[in-house]
Write a protein that binds this ligand. Sequence first.
Ligand code: GLU
Length: 313
Amino acid sequence: MPRNRRYAATPSVRATALPAVLLGAVLLTAALTGCGRQGSPPAKGPRPADLPGYRVDHAFSLPASATWSAAHRRGKVVVGVKDDQPYLGERDPATGRYSGFDIEIARMTAASLGFAADRIQYRAIASANRETALANGQIDYYVGTYTINDRRKKQVGFAGPYYLAGQDLLVRRNEHGIRGPADLKGKKVCSAAGSSSIQRIGSDYPDATPVTYDTYSVCVDNLLTYQVDAVTTDDSILLGYAAKAPGEMKVVGRPFSKEPYGVGLPKDDTALRYALDDVIVAHERNGDWRKAYAATLGQSGRPAPAPPPVDRY
Ligand code: GLU
């Protein structure tokens, strides 16, 4: 091998040499240099002191809900989440601890249903497996950038929404040719299998070349190693990846869909659905929602929006 090849930054060499570790290396560098660029967010997620504590409603009871009753008997609620989405749902591999806005939504809802933080068991479930996990009882409910839509409502129930995102594009910092989805012709666009994001590319932008993986973090690795040209999903998710690797990537910033996030739950458990709707509204009213947002998702650069109205369908 010629001497200079090892360090050559050509796409092919970078692609074969580093794929899975590159994002990690970027993040590590950011951590070692004191969180990267001045003003960029801490790599380890929110400081516990910044997070709200949620009042656990020990008197809560919902016998009409089969899901709640089973969780109550078990003494634990099992919540499906993402574990690789910065500021939303992320697991620290060193401590095993979960953090992010979705995790806070999981904690505040669980507290109101009578489960303290140490009574929550998190289970990482990829986008493509959410409906099955809810249908077969692997999880009690799901909080993880889960868009409410009519297609999914045929299989699962949704409380909320508790946040409104929009589909966007993440590109490398030096990419100037992709300014919106209309520029995706002939471009490799990566997203997660089973997501509304990849579905929209397939239906509305058929000239793009879709590439799918189980998770968005693998797409981001592929972007950084020049194997794809863009990553597409919700702006909330993309802003987190961009913020964690300062100077490497940018979010195009022109959302082209509406993605209302709901808490997914078993389809027929309307008692739990209405209870969760009430609980979400209560935490929006008492300031918990805003405080949780500021300590988590707000760290990726977007000021707190007003939460969308809950849809009690
Ligand atoms: N919100 C979109 C969805 O539910 C994309 C993010 C995700 O895959 O979780 O499909």
